[in-house]
Write a protein that binds this ligand. Sequence first.
Ligand code: T3P
Length: 123
Amino acid sequence: KESRAEKFQRQHMDPDTSTVTASYCNEMMKRRNMMVGQCKPVNTFIHEPLHKVRAICFQGNVRCKNGQSNCHQSSSKMRITDCRLKKGSKYPKCDYETQQLQKSIIVACECVQYEIVHFDGSV
Ligand code: T3P
């Protein structure tokens, strides 16, 4: 079974991409299995090496949106791409807007090996 840490990496990690094209989200949301049963409304991909993302678990501690206390905000900006479902787009034709950004990101960490298990947002 896929672990929570593996799921985070499938949904949010894409370290080897530096520039994205307009069709990036449509291709990646499909390739990473986020168009199964429904279109995932919002999803962020992170274009940084995994060790840099894992290091966020040792940076500023913040409260998660769900009230848990294990979220951490990156001290530096990260290269990310936000994928947002376009209005009127209906499953199975999931059509996404692709937006490349540089923002600080917030992730949830679990103490075993400081694995990241959740993407909470970007600011
Ligand atoms: P997951 O927990 O499967 O990673 O917040 C609901 C979902 O939306 C959550 O999915 C994370 C995802 N999300 C992003 O990927 N980027 C964002 O900027 C926000 C706000 C949510």
